[in-house]
Structures are given as structure tokens and as C-alpha cells.
Write a protein that binds this ligand. Structure first.
Ligand SMILES: [Zn+2]
Length: 185
């Protein structure tokens, strides 16, 4: 991790709660994603007994091509389904540094996760769960997706990871290049 990013983690207030610890890990993953030229979003999956199962980060540009599905939450759920089939989904909590998008919101519902806590709100891109088709609305009704109660430092850092710490214009250009089939890596 580069020095500037490491300092942002080091200068943080001490964790007051386990939620702060998970927020820190989400932010750490988000910063690593930024360093890889991906969107600054990180996620962790936590068991009922407050143990970390594993963490992921956005990886949309790491393989030398654009992987539109490689959002942190999607990778987290891929890994859960592949490696932890015995875990009871209803007992897990997914923490993510940014409010889930429409794709991830849907995936969370059909993956059977019912507790999601995000750090930064995503006004332009976060999905609010409204106006869903009936079957999806039924799944959404049993699911709690809301902002985490954590030290404001982490909410602020999660916001920075997706905004000031990376050039959104450059990211946008790379996506457009990929859509056109001309992404340079
Ligand atoms: Zn997403």
C-alpha cells in the first residue's frame, strides 16, 4: 500500500466497536482497489460470532480487460458460494464501503444475504430498492441494507476512496474505451 493511503489508515481513530473494525477493513480494501486502477470499493463478510470470513475489492480492470461484474460485493458472493456452501447466509453480515449499485443489490437478494451495512452513500449510483417487481420486493422486504453505524472517519474515508483519491473522469473514459473495444491496458 502506498504511503499516503497507509497514513490515512494509521491516523484513524481507534476502533470503538466491531463495526469500526469492519469499516477499517473495507476502507483498506477500497484503497488497495484504487492502487490497482479499479474503483475504490472494498467489502468484507462477517459471521454471526463477529469473525471475518474474507474480504474483497473492486477488480473491474485488473485482468487486462474490463470485467463489469467484478464489483466488491459480487466477488464476495462468488467466493462465498464457491468456498463456503455450509455457511447460513441469514447469519452473515456484508459490510461494503459504498452503497450497493443496482446489480449488487439484486445479487445480494438472490444470494440470500439479509444484513448489509454500507459506509458511504452513493447518491448518483446507489440503488434504493424502490419499484421492484413483486418477487424481488418480497426478497427485499426481508433484507436490511442500510448505512453502518460507525466512526464518521470511516464514512468519510470510504467517500474519498471513490471520489478524491481517484480520477473518476479517467475511470469513466476507461469504461467507455472498453465498451468500444479499445481499452488500452
Ligand atoms: Zn455494484
Amino acid at each position: 500500500m502506498n504511503e499516503h493511503h497507509a497514513a490515512l489508515l494509521q491516523h484513524a481513530p481507534h476502533s470503538q466497536s466491531s463495526a469500526d473494525t469492519w469499516a477499517r477493513l473495507c476502507c483498506e480494501q477500497a484503497l488497495l482497489a484504487v492502487e490497482q486502477g479499479c474503483y475504490g470499493v472494498g467489502a468484507v463478510l462477517i459471521t454471526e460470532s463477529q469473525e471475518l470470513l474474507f474480504s474483497t475489492r473492486n477488480q473491474v480492470f485488473v485482468d487486462g480487460h474490463y470485467n463489469s461484474a467484478a464489483h466488491a460485493e459480487m466477488l464476495l458472493l462468488d467466493q462465498l458460494e464457491a468456498e463456503y456452501p455450509e455457511q447460513n447466509r441469514s447469519k452473515l453480515t456484508l459490510y461494503v464501503s459504498l452503497q450497493p449499485c443496482m446489480m449488487c443489490y439484486g445479487r445480494i437478494l438472490i444470494a440470500g444475504i439479509i444484513n448489509v451495512r454500507y459506509l458511504a452513500k452513493d447518491k448518483p449510483g446507489g440503488f434504493n430498492g424502490k419499484h421492484l417487481p413483486a418477487a424481488w420486493a418480497e426478497l427485499a422486504a426481508r433484507t436490511s441494507i442500510r448505512q453502518a453505524t460507525v466512526e464518521p472517519y470511516w464514512i468519510n474515508l470510504a467517500e474519498q476512496a471513490i471520489s478524491r483519491l481517484q480520477d473518476r473522469q479517467v475511470m469513466r473514459q476507461r469504461v467507455i474505451q472498453a465498451w468500444r473495444g479499445s481499452l488500452q491496458t
